[in-house]
Design a protein around this ligand. Structure first.
Ligand code: FRU
Length: 491
């Protein structure tokens, strides 16, 4: 076990001093993960001078716990080849001393503005859980200066949960949506909500409205809200805490989902058209953030992990990763559709398999990373077994055509996730496997599952009984996020 500091190069010229060892058995080949330490929520997802920037909640001191959050930082031209950059923000002010919590970015006149939550205190400290909103600016997309006027919003009435500002500009006004909880007097319980502020200068903010709030069925706190126009309607996307499991729904510790509606910029009133709809059906999908890029695509990234897990990668000096970036669209019946961005083809490696596949067909991914595209009849069952050595390294994917049910089973306690779904004409399925993750896109993104699993050695994809696949294409995926893991011991 090596507990000394060592320097690693993580692409570009940035060097990090890393404590402990790293080992890349589970380190993603083409998903963004921290060079070391702990990663949670995506933050500050933006496009600056033709490069995508993705910041994230980062603990450089340990891969075992979130600790006191910093903002980690990476950039990419294509959303797959990432270069790690120096830590963007440290918890070095009185107003963020317990964490530089989640937030967002906007780019204007070659300047990048970052908005985040200063976690002044944790629960139990005095004053309890005090959170403020703060701003920062970067003139070069690398070094970041916090605003002199911070905190920009400091509201006693909105404590103790007041965080995760997502900022955008409409005409000449800046808008900020934040997650918050409030005490419902009648039931004496905390309920989650999303609140809106406006500003003309990014420094002085005024409370504008409550976009929506829990009626008791949608939890006690809404984390990481995002709000945007899509295909002529508005989407309020957020990660509520405290929703109880209901049948196949809401099986994870916390959820991510959305409400579609209409929004009036004159009155700041949001009028829902739908109920809350869970966005992903896997085990590990949380704290989403979107970006409207220069091509006018609404691109989403989520944390491909979940709170209170203890996945084995932690012992390798790093933990947490992001999902494949996905382009969002809205169906006529107000469902969010998620498709992998087209740049994913840049991460493709060798073409391994093409043609029909039946019970017994096996394809091996030696480096555990692959893309599998399937077309199958809509009136036949489908069963695919993805296996490897290692207790946590198996996933079974199935479609039960009689019940109209798709299932992902990663085994172990609470391993099953499923949802109702029927293909329209054919069953289309895309599967992305990486060294410790699997993402499923059914029917071109109508239904997704995002889960972690931990294959050891090569990954085998085996077609199960009763399955008849009309067409299967398999590509290996390349290593696009380079981190110099030069130690084979585990910390
Ligand atoms: C969501 C979250 C945010 C908070 C951040 C702290 O996962 O709890 O609400 O800002 O993580 O790391």
């Amino acid at each position: 076990m090596n507990k000394t500091f060592r320097e690693v190069h993580c692409g570009g010229s940035t060097k990090f001093r890393v404590r402990g060892c790293s080992n890349d058995r589970f380190y993603p080949r083409y998903h963004l993960a921290p060079p070391f330490g702990w990663m949670n929520d995506p933050n500050g997802f933006s496009e600056y001078k033709n490069e995508f920037h993705l910041f994230y909640q980062f603990n450089p001191n340990s891969s075992h716990e979130p600790g006191i959050a910093h903002w980690g930082h990476a950039k990419s031209r294509d959303l797959f080849h990432w270069e790690h950059l120096p830590i963007a923000m440290y918890p070095d002010k009185w107003y963020d001393k317990s964490g530089v919590f989640s937030g967002s970015a906007i780019v204007e006149n070659d300047k990048m503005f970052l908005f985040y939550t200063g976690n002044v205190n944790f629960p139990g400290q005095i004053p309890d859980h005090e959170q403020i909103q703060a701003g920062a600016v970067s003139f070069d997309g690398v070094s970041v200066k916090k605003f002199k006027n911070n905190p920009i919003i400091n509201e006693t009435k909105l404590q103790p949960n007041f965080r995760d500002p997502k900022v955008w500009k409409h005409k000449s006004t800046y808008y900020m949506v934040c997650g918050n909880s409030f005490k419902d007097i009648e039931s004496n319980t905390d309920l989650g909500r999303a609140i809106l502020f406006t500003s003309k200068d990014m420094i002085n903010w005024n409370f504008a409205s409550v976009l929506d709030e829990s009626d008791g069925s949608l939890g006690y706190m809404w984390e990481c809200p995002d709000f945007f126009e899509l295909d002529g309607r508005f989407v309020l996307l957020f990660s509520p805490q405290g929703i109880k499991p209901f049948g196949n729904k809401y099986r994870n510790l916390y959820q991510t989902g959305y409400i579609v509606g209409d929004f009036d910029y004159n009155t700041n009133v949001f009028t829902p058209r739908t109920e809350f709809i869970e966005l992903d059906h896997g085990h590990d999908y949380y704290a989403t953030q979107t970006l409207l890029d220069k091509l006018k695509r609404r691109i989403l990234v989520a944390w491909l992990d979940m709170w209170e897990q203890s996945y084995p990668e932690r012992r390798d000096g790093w933990t947490g990763q992001m999902t494949i970036p996905r382009v969002l669209s809205l169906s006529k019946d107000n469902r969010l559709i998620q498709k992998p961005v087209k740049e994913i083809t840049l991460a493709r490696g060798r073409h391994l398999y093409s043609g029909r596949a039946y019970f017994g067909t096996v394809v091996t991914l030696v480096d555990k990373a692959g893309e599998i595209s399937i077309r199958a009849p809509k009136d036949k069952d489908l069963r695919l077994i993805i296996e490897s050595d290692g207790e946590l390294g198996k996933v079974i994917i199935s479609y039960d055509y009689k019940k109209g049910l798709v299932t992902l089973n990663r085994g172990g306690k609470d391993g099953i996730r499923r949802t109702k779904w029927r293909p329209q004409k054919k069953l289309y399925l895309k599967i992305y496997i990486d060294a410790s993750s699997i993402e499923l896109f059914y029917g071109d993104g109508e239904i997704t599952f995002s889960s972690r699993f931990f294959p050891e050695g090569a990954v085998k994809l085996r077609v199960g009984e009763k399955s008849e696949i009309e067409s299967m294409e398999v590509y290996t995926m390349k290593r696009t996020t380079f981190v110099n893991h030069d130690c084979d011991e585990t910390a």
